[in-house]
Design a protein around this ligand. Sequence first.
Ligand code: GLC
Length: 419
Amino acid sequence: MPENDAIRQTPGNTEWFTHDRFGMFIHWGLYAMPARHEWVKTNEQISEEKYDKYFKYFNPDLYDPREWARYAKEAGMKYVVLTARHHEGFCLFDTKYTDYSVMHTPYGKDLVREFVDAFRAEGLHIGFYYSLLDWHHPDYTLDRFHPRRDTEDIDEFNELRSMKKYAEYMRNQVTELLTNYGKIDIMWFDFSFRDEYRGMKGKGRDDWEAEKLIAIVRKLQPDIIIDNRADIEQDLWTPEQVQPTEWVRDDNGRRVVWEACQTFSGSWGYHRDEQTWKSPELLIRMLINTVSCGGNLLLNVGPTSRGYFDSRAVNTLTEIGRWMKYHARSIYGCTQADYEAPGDVRYTQNGRRLYAHIFAYPFRTLVLKGFADRIDYAQFLHDGSEILYDIDEKENAVTFHLPVIKPDVTVPVIEIMLK
Ligand code: GLC
């Protein structure tokens, strides 16, 4: 790495974050009931009256966040980000500023409180996702994503609405979230957009009054990590549903702290009929790929409306946990390596430990170049069994001698001790 390639410094404390590498995203709200994507209200342009049915009957009777926290922990996740409020505007927390919250559903208890207590008890860092869009609030004006975008007269709809009041509403709620639940580690705002539609403008930092909003966050929780989506660069860059193949950089080419967010299937909210579930192996590789490029992975679960993780999610988390149990050392505290790996291998590195993740298991030998002059010892990470090797000094190459049968782990890793 060239010396001037330093990682951009920002106000939040990202030290624990870049160590921990792996987190759980949770998208939960009324949309778990239609179970057809968290954007269902706008995708299907559902009327308030019809959408109110979900509010009227929302009652996650099987909600047990301690169980969620155990799943997250066993999968090797070290932090969690929960949608305290998504675009539909429904609040999972107790708030003074609207009746459109869980407190006024049949469930009637603060879901966020129980959530925070449970995850904290398992030692995970806590983050809140908070939507900047709101498809329910009476002051929120029409835009291209709004469910009423095609059916309302723009001027009439907006006439009594005030984004100024809405921005104040957000400040009030964010104040609640950051004062009522103890130490919060991440604030994940979502999202800003410039696109126009039928003469309706996009929304960005001016509409959210993002500077004021962020100032409040920093004041209430000085160490907190804030994402970039309020349209002002903060601590965290968040590529969504794409896997960067190199370290993410800002517009000036500086390396930044980044976190890829990914779904198990194509939806963030619980989607009963969606079938494009990624295999556990693919997800494990995505985690490795992410860390090999110096990033974090935030992997999403969409709980059901009764409050539990469905079997597809549980099975996937369990598989990931099975791998993480033996390989966490090549993830936590690791980052992009000093060496370049061949196509079928991904490196991560933690100081003098280099980890070679073998994506395509070869016959008997694996040749890796660049560190032959530094190698001291090598072993499989999963069982700590020695791997013998030969050195070719001229080529600066190491030939590892592998067993013919691939070890019974999803992605085998060679742990290489460097001098
Ligand atoms: C988005 C979507 C969304 C999801 C999020 C996660 O921009 O609007 O539904 O919450 O990204 O990154």
